[in-house]
Write a protein that binds this ligand. Sequence first.
Ligand code: NAD
Length: 500
Amino acid sequence: MNQIHHYLNGNSIEGRSERFAPVYNPATGEQSAQVALATADETREAVRIADETFASWSKVTPLKRSRILFKFKALVEERADELAQLISREHGKVFSDAKGEVTRGLEVVEFACGIPHLQKGEHSMNVGTGVDSYSMMQPLGVCAGISPFNFPAMVPMWMFPIALACGNTFVMKPSEKDPSTPLRLAELLTEAGLPDGVFNVVNGDKEAVDVLLTDERVQAVSFVGSTPIAETIYATASAHGKRVQALGGAKNHMVIMPDADLDQAVDALMGAAYGSAGERCMAISVAVPVGQETAERLREKLVAELAKLRVGPGIVDGPDNDMGPLVTREHLEKVRSYIQTGVDEGAELVVDGRETVIEDVASGFFLGGSLFDHVKPGMRIHSEEIFGPVLVIARADSYDDAVKMINDHEFGNGTAIFTRDGDAARQFCEQIQVGMVGVNVPIPVPMAFHSFGGWKRSLFGPLHMHGPDGVRFYTRMKTITQRWPSGIREETNHFTMPTH
Ligand code: NAD
């Protein structure tokens, strides 16, 4: 059985624990490897290495740190196909989605390459007579990242490029379901010239995470995953004096106004609801047509499009499938049970993905796209995150009802409105209680130079990921106010500056 290890101090290190988690190829259903689950001691060892390396790494000039990231970017670009295949093999998303994920991660690396500019700080002369004031943005120390299964390359890349660029060292704890990609990224960082010990990967579960949340040498924790875990991570790490950003789950609604271009909206919905088998925190899982006529037309078009959805494994050479399998059999069963819950709750199951036959890959964790209609707030298939290829239509009588439905929801990650009415769109952007909003854009993921984060129970902590908030999160501001006594120039006039 192929073993997946840790990455410490610039080397692949075999785990010493007796505990392992299985890693599957979701397209075949076969176990492809097992990953070592780090003990608390092994995790503390990673923290010790990162802590000891901080003294030297934080003194490396921002320009040199940026040059290493430029090399890393070139290496990731060169190996993009290899990385995408690795993602697809362990996560299951089709090859084109996996390549897209690598590209989105790279954009954060590109942003982090600008660190000499981003970490400049501020300066004011003569804040008082002969007094100057300046602020510097210093690194924090050891930072930890804990990531979910659904973006094994992109989510770690939301975190470590900026953390490292700012002069921090890092311990990454990837999802145990698809751990190989972050390990490959660690090797590429070493190849790019990152000193040993600056970036370390510990594979594991709660035992490893608990150390990262409580060890006093860890200064900051970035987490992305489900809401119950995000909430616990935020509470525990904050109670131990750490800076925390913990991104949680989502239930994203798309409002379709009566004047919307319906073909455009349906095309957008198909990608946003069923892409990556719905395993995306920015997936649209609720369509909210305004008015009965819009709802009828929308439903008809969605049913026609669903009949054309190509479900199957990722294809590297040639036209790819639209949607791959779910990540594990356990998750597949959970999503299937949600479909049954929807039926039991009285929603109308218009297309049942459980009946989709995927030829030649019968043992993979595949499920066809499902569509519910007449879903009401209060039903579990509306209130809970399913994280699978299940789109529900929740009809609204008016624009105000649509806004109320979204604002009353527990999550506030992403949302979108499709309309031709600029005034409605503008009002929507102002009124909606959601962190990321699209206008005729179904998945409004901010670019790397903006920050990514939701509202309500989709984010715990004040700072979003990457962009300006990312730099703020991974640095601590120190402000110096200085006055030099007059006359010092005369006393030191004899001193000549050294030349280089
Ligand atoms: P998860 O919460 O099960 O796991 C996330 C991480 O936490 C993993 O590394 C896991 O090993 C660790 N973990 C799990 N249980 C733990 C525990 N009890 N104590 C400590 N650590 C624990 O999430 P997942 O299933 O891997 O990912 C899917 C979830 O992530 C969805 O809810 C999705 O919405 C969310 N997500 C959110 C965003 C966002 O930006 N808001 C982005 C991607 C994914």
